[in-house]
Design a protein around this ligand. Structure first.
Ligand code: ATP
Ligand code: MG
Length: 421
């Protein structure tokens, strides 16, 4: 039997590696903590604990378009690695296509159904196995919205108003207030209270670990606050506080506005690389990526503040680097290669360090995404978009398992709150 305790593999600086067996009374913490005791990133640490308990990994993605490189590196690639390394004896994996979240911003009729199906195909194409994981559409599991309502009765409006997502989705300043004129005219209650639904998504499955990109860190802190409020109000340990697991590539930036994160909902399609982009689309988008016009004699340098575009590309290369080199090391290596070939950093074409960097990024991204695109297209083609096809089968079975999981929590919650018969 494999390890009873570790939910998934250890992570070296840039990637997760597989598990090794441990004594069953040793709880191997998946990651060392960084700023918050409930948020973990890269370095593994081992801590003895009393008794191993069942671990539940939960995460979600909105069906607001085809997933991009940021979704992949910040979340989906971790989901797959966790699936491959977690012990089924001790760890459940639950992944949701969160369609109720997608309607917090207006959607064109017809899009949501299509995007949900495409998202499901993308999750299978990255290698998630529906026999090992529970994969489902959020709206097919009513426990999520029921728990959202219950949590909203103990959630603080003041806390919600300080969160940044509703402001960024409405393109308001970070210090905007919900009673400002602009917010009053455009802010809908669903968008404002979105973090409560997200907390319910996690808590209804008693998730212990939630792998997400950095933009979701704030929402996970809010989810823990919801647990504290609920357990305090109903005097019991009914809900479980989850840990945030951040990928080492916490935030992939937009290729066109590298001070903003890459997003599915960015109106500019050239701001993101889709998992389904062809090699020539990837190449064109990366060559067009906005960098800076700092003097070429500097070569390339890793400086996220002064040179966010160049740094974003360097970080991508570092993430995929087979020798696990840092962004700084890769920058130095490219500069040295150009100097060696050319005797200076200000060359043209292939001998320009920036061009060389872009060509390398394009190459490694194509190599990573090509098999995913091929599998995605095959899945959709074979399924033919038919009702009752393979994808429908996967989602029906996923909803069945997710409803069972949610119901286990909801029966405890209803009892604590004195709801139902
Ligand atoms: P939308 O624009 O509709 O909000 P999105 O691109 O932000 O879409 P989500 O569905 O909100 O994607 O997020 C899915 C997962 O991907 C989350 O875990 C989120 O933290 C992660 N993620 C999203 N964008 C990035 C990014 N640029 N870098 C790293 N992780 C990301
Ligand atoms: Mg988002």
């Amino acid at each position: 039997m494999k390890s009873l305790t570790r939910p998934y593999g250890l992570m070296c600086r840039h990637r997760l590696t597989s598990l090794t067996t441990r004594a069953s009374n040793l709880q191997q913490r998946p990651y060392s903590s960084n700023s918050s005791s409930e948020t973990r990133t890269a370095t593994p640490t081992a801590t003895p604990t009393k008794k191993a308990q069942r671990q539940v990994i939960f995460s979600g993605i909105q069906p607001t378009g085809i997933p991009h490189l940021g979704n992949y590196l910040g979340a989906l690639q971790q989901w797959k690695r966790m699936q491959d390394s977690a012990d089924p004896e001790t760890t459940d994996l639950i992944f949701s296509v969160v369609d109720l979240h997608a309607i917090t911003v207006p959607q064109q009729r017809g899009n949501l159904k299509k995007w949900k199906r495409e998202m499901l195909a993308a999750l299978l194409a990255i290698g998630l196995d529906p026999k090992r994981c529970t994969i489902f559409y959020q709206s097919m599991v009513p426990g999520h919205s029921e728990l959202q309502w219950i949590l909203s009765c103990t959630a603080s409006t003041g806390y919600l108003s300080r969160m940044t997502q509703w402001k960024s989705k409405l393109q308001l300043a970070d210090d905007a207030h919900m009673l400002d004129d602009k917010a009053k005219s455009s802010l809908k209650h669903g968008l404002f209270s979105y973090p409560i639904l997200q907390a319910a998504d996690i808590l209804v499955h008693r998730a212990t670990h939630v792998p997400v990109g950095e933009d979701q860190r704030q929402h996970l802190e809010f989810a823990r606050e919801c647990v504290t409020n609920f357990n305090h109000a109903y005097k019991g340990k009914v809900l479980v506080a989850p840990e945030t697991i951040l990928s080492p590539t916490k935030r992939v930036m937009s290729l066109q506005l590298p001070t903003k994160k890459m997003s599915k909902s960015d109106p500019d399609p050239s701001s993101r690389i889709l998992l389904t982009d062809t090699p020539s689309e990837i190449h064109a988008k990366i060559l067009k990526a906005r960098t800076d016009s700092l003097t070429p004699s500097l070569g390339i340098t890793f400086d996220p503040i002064q040179r966010p575009g160049v740094s974003n590309l360097l970080q991508l290369l570092s993430h995929f680097d087979t020798q696990d080199r840092s962004a700084q090391e890769i920058a130095a290596q490219i500069n040295a290669e150009v100097m060696g070939n050319h005797g200076g950093l200000g060359g043209e074409g292939e001998e320009n360090p920036l061009r060389k960097l872009k060509e390398r990024v394009s190459e490694v991204v194509q190599r990573e995404l090509n098999p995913i695109r091929e599998k995605y297209l095959k899945l959709l083609q074979e399924d033919g978009g038919k009702e009752g096809g393979y994808l429908d089968e996967v989602i029906r079975e996923g909803a069945r398992k997710a409803n069972e999981s949610a119901e286990r929590t909801m029966s405890r919650v209803r009892r604590a709150v004195e709801l139902g018969a």
